[in-house]
Ligand binder design. Structure first.
Ligand SMILES: Cc1cc2nc3c(=O)[nH]c(=O)nc-3n(C[C@H](O)[C@H](O)[C@H](O)COP(=O)(O)OP(=O)(O)OC[C@H]3O[C@@H](n4cnc5c(N)ncnc54)[C@H](O)[C@@H]3O)c2cc1C
Length: 495
C-alpha cells in the first residue's frame, strides 16, 4: 500500500497562527498536515538556553492549541531531535514538503538546519523556508538593504485560512518523546507566553502606554510600562514585525504623540538590522568582531564574574538591575548596556561568559540582537563610539530617588538617595545612623570605578587607533553598512 502524502509545518520561533506564511502555504497545498514543535534536547543544553525559555515556548504552544481546538487541530509538542522526528514520519508517510520559517539563531541551530537540509535532499523532500523579518540570507553587503526591508514590510500579511486546515492528529508518537521537561511554574512578574498575550501587550501599548516611550525608555522602573514589552513575543514569533508595523500605521494618523511612535518604529527597524548583522557574521557569538581587540581581557576572574552574575558587585544600580532581571526576565535597554559595560570595562572581563549568562536570564533572548549588542557595548567592534557607563551617574539620572534600587536591594532602604546610589560614601557615623554596615549588609565595590574606567578608556582608544583595528573596522563597515550612505557621509564630512 502506498504511503499517505502529507505536509509538515515545523514551528520554530514563529509561535503564532496569524501572518504565518509556512502555515498559509501548507494549507493552500491541500495535503493533510502534521503541525510540529520539537523541544530539542541538544538545544536545551546550549549555554544560552534556560528553563524560562522552554516555559515561554510551552505556554505559547498551549495558546496555539487553545485556538486550534475550534478547527479540531493541534500542534504536537515532542521532546526530541527534529531529524529523528522527521525520520519517524518519513517511515510512515510520504512527506511532500516541510514548511518553516528561516531561522537566524545560535550556531547549533544553523548546523541543525544544514543537516536537515541535507536529509531533505537525500530523501527528495522539499523544504520551503520563509522569511519572517527583514533578514536576507547570503547577503554580501548591505547596499539597498533598507529599501528591500521597506519593500518586504509593504507586502500583505500572510494570514492562513484556518477553516481549510486539515491536520493529522492521531499519530502514535514514541512515548519517550511525549515526556516533556519538568518546568517550575512561572514566577510573578515574568511575562506569559502566547499569541493572545502578545496581542494584549500590543493593544495596551498603542492605547496609551506608548505616550511616554522616549521619556521612560532609559528608566529601569518606568520602562517596564512605557516600553512595548513585545520583545519575548517577537523573539518567539508570537507576533510578527509586520503585524506590529501595520497596527502602528493604523493608529498613527489619530495618535496624540506621533514622535513617540516614530521612535518606537525605529527600534523595530533595529531588530532586523541587528539580526542581519549576526546572520552575515555569526562568529560574533564566540569571538571579537574586530580582531584587534583579541589581545585584551584574556584573563577571567571568577570572583568578579560571579559577583556580577549574582548582583553582588557593590554598585547598587548594577546589582538592582541584575536581581530584577533574574527574577522577572526583563530589564530595559540602558541597564542591559550598563551591565555589559560594567563587566567589560569596569571589571575588565571578556564578554563571552557574561553574554551567555544574560542570555539565560533574558526571556526575550534573541541571538541576532544579543551578540551584536553585547559586542557593541563591550567596545569590541571598533566601529561605534565606545560608551563606558558610569553606573553612579546612570542611577542619578534614571533612578534619582533610588526607588528602583531600594525595591531590588531592600537592605539599602534606610539610605537617602545620594547614599543609596553610592553606599561606599557612608561615614562610620552614617553606618550606625542608618543601621547598615558595609561589607556585612552590602558589599563595597569590587574595584575603584574611576581608575577602572580611566584604564579601560586608555586601552580601548589606543587599540582603536591601531592599523589592525582600522583595517578591521573598514571590513566591518563594508559588510554591515550600506556603502552608498557611507560615501554620502564621507562627502558631507569633507565638504
Ligand atoms: C547587551 C544587550 C543585549 C540585548 N539582548 C537582547 C535580546 O537578547 N533580545 C532582544 O529582543 N533585545 C535585546 N536587546 C535590545 C533591547 O534591550 C530590547 O530589545 C528591549 O529592551 C526590549 O524591550 P521592549 O520590547 O519593551 O522594547 P521596545 O523599546 O518597545 O522596542 C520594540 C522592539 O524593538 C526591538 N528593539 C528595541 N531596542 C532594540 C535594540 N537596541 N536593538 C535591536 N532591537 C531592538 C526589540 O525587538 C523590541 O522588542 C539587548 C540590548 C543590549 C544592550
Amino acid at each position: 500500500m502506498s504511503k499517505q502524502k502529507i505536509s509538515i509545518v515545523w514551528f520554530k520561533r514563529d509561535l503564532r497562527l496569524q501572518d504565518h506564511a509556512p502555515l498559509k502555504h501548507a494549507i493552500e497545498a491541500g495535503l493533510p498536515i502534521v503541525l510540529l514543535y520539537c523541544i530539542e534536547p541538544s538545544l536545551c543544553q546550549a549555554a544560552e538556553v534556560s528553563e524560562r525559555h522552554s516555559r515561554f515556548v510551552l505556554e505559547s504552544i498551549d495558546d496555539l492549541n487553545r485556538q486550534l481546538k475550534r478547527v479540531a487541530a493541534r500542534v504536537s509538542i515532542l521532546h526530541a531531535e527534529v531529524k529523528d522526528v522527521f525520520q519517524f514520519l518519513y517511515d510512515k508517510y510520504s512527506i511532500q514538503t516541510i514548511y518553516s520559517t528561516r531561522e537566524t539563531g545560535l550556531l547549533i541551530t544553523f548546523e541543525r538546519d544544514l543537516s536537515i537540509k541535507k536529509w531533505c535532499q537525500e530523501k527528495n523532500i522539499l523544504w520551503k523556508e520563509y522569511r519572517w523579518n527583514g533578514v536576507i540570507r547570503g547577503l554580501r553587503n548591505r547596499d539597498f538593504w533598507a529599501a528591500r526591508y521597506d519593500d518586504w514590510l509593504s507586502k500583505p500579511l500572510a494570514h492562513p485560512d484556518l477553516h481549510s486546515l486539515k491536520t493529522i492528529n492521531d499519530i502514535a508518537w514514541p512515548n519517550k518523546w511525549l515526556e516533556l521537561p519538568n518546568i517550575a511554574s512561572r514566577p510573578n512578574g515574568m511575562q506569559q507566553g502566547g499569541e493572545s498575550f502578545a496581542h494584549r501587550y500590543l493593544q495596551s501599548f498603542f492605547r496609551n502606554r506608548y505616550e511616554s516611550y522616549s521619556y521612560h525608555i532609559s528608566k529601569p522602573e518606568y520602562s517596564r510600562k512605557s516600553c512595548s514589552r513585545l520583545s519575548p513575543y517577537l523573539a518567539y514569533g508570537c507576533l510578527s514585525i509586520r503585524q506590529i508595523i501595520k497596527q502602528l500605521e493604523a493608529v498613527y494618523p489619530s495618535a496624540a504623540k506621533k514622535r513617540q511612535l516614530i521612535m518606537f518604529r525605529s527600534r523595530l527597524y533595529w531588530q532586523s538590522h541587528f539580526i542581519q548583522k549576526f546572520e552575515s557574521e555569526h562568529r560574533m557569538q564566540f569571538v571579537n568582531q574586530n580582531a584587534a581587540y583579541n589581545s585584551i581581557r584574556q584573563d577571567e576572574n571568577d570572583d568578579l564574574i560571579s559577583a556580577w552574575c549574582q548582583g553582588e558587585t557593590g554598585i547598587p544600580l548594577v546589582d538592582a538591575s541584575m536581581k530584577c532581571l533574574i527574577e522577572t526576565g526583563y530589564i530595559n535597554f540602558r541597564m542591559r548596556a550598563m551591565l555589559i559595560s560594567v563587566l567589560a570595562h569596569t571589571f575588565w572581563q571578556p564578554w563571552q561568559r557574561g553574554a551567555q549568562f544574560l542570555a539565560r536570564q533574558f526571556l526575550d533572548f534573541e541571538a541576532g540582537i544579543h551578540y551584536p549588542q553585547v559586542q557593541m557595548q563591550a567596545g569590541t567592534t571598533g566601529t561605534s563610539t565606545v560608551r563606558i557607563y558610569n553606573p553612579v551617574k546612570q542611577a542619578q539620572d534614571h533612578d534619582p530617588e533610588a526607588h528602583f534600587i531600594k525595591k531590588w536591594l531592600p537592605e539599602l532602604k534606610s539610605l537617602p538617595p545620594a547614599l543609596a546610589h553610592q553606599p561606599w560614601l557612608m561615614t562610620p557615623l552614617d553606618e550606625s545612623y542608618f543601621n547598615l554596615k558595609l561589607d556585612k549588609h552590602y558589599p563595597r565595590p569590587r574595584v575603584n570605578l574611576v581608575e577602572a574606567h580611566r584604564h579601560a578608556r586608555k586601552v580601548i582608544h589606543e587599540i582603536k587607533k591601531s592599523p589592525l583595528a582600522r583595517q578591521e573596522s573598514r571590513r566591518i563597515l563594508d559588510r554591515h553598512v550600506d556603502r552608498r550612505n557611507r560615501m554620502v557621509n564621507t562627502l558631507k564630512r569633507t565638504t
